[in-house]
Design a binder for this molecule. Sequence first.
Ligand code: MD3
Ligand code: FE
Length: 204
Amino acid sequence: DHVQLDSGAVLLPGFALQDAKTCMLAIDHITQQAPFRKMSTPRGGQMSVAMTCCGTFGWVSSSHGYSYTKVNPSTGLPWPKMPAIFKNLARKAAQKAGFAEFHPNTCLINAYSPGARMGLHQDRDEGCIDQPVVSLSFGLEAIFLWGGLKRTDPTRPILLKDGDALVWGGPDRLRFHGVKPIRSGSHIRTGATRFNITFRFVIP
Ligand code: MD3
Ligand code: FE
């Protein structure tokens, strides 16, 4: 199953469903070493999404800006290792979408409670935009907003469900995108949470 959303963007519905349980255990393991926390933003706010990372680099936000770091500023420790199940799923999804050699070195794990959202933004802290980005969604559904190359371009709503993978790159890599406030609910595996895991290759 394979839905082409745009020239460089593919939705793989239910792609990671069979591995969902393993992925949730992997998140538990990672968050024992690098707990979820809601980070500050450069404009003085706090994100409604709780985040943590694994891999060689992790993405951090603070009042000073955004960056990729080797050390988790909350613990002073290196980010936890990226689990093999994550790397394998990310590589397999990228391959299915036509990106043969994807070697993610960073993984951002987002935890959404009902009401949490992500405003329209571009992902442009990676220093290398020729590699694709892969995301896996688990638990509660989200309405993802797929925008254009300008903030004011119209957005298209896309429902992301448990186990869905999204891969995008090439001309779609710098599109604005966001997530509408998560509706309350209870999921058999995650309870009242949506997890989103994104994989990237960064050169800090
Ligand atoms: C399309 N996460 O972590 S994942 C992010 O659901 C982020 O947590 C969202 O945006 C989430 O930066 C969306 C899917 C996604 C991510 C980045 C994209 C789609 C994208 C960048 C360009 C185009
Ligand atoms: Fe993003």
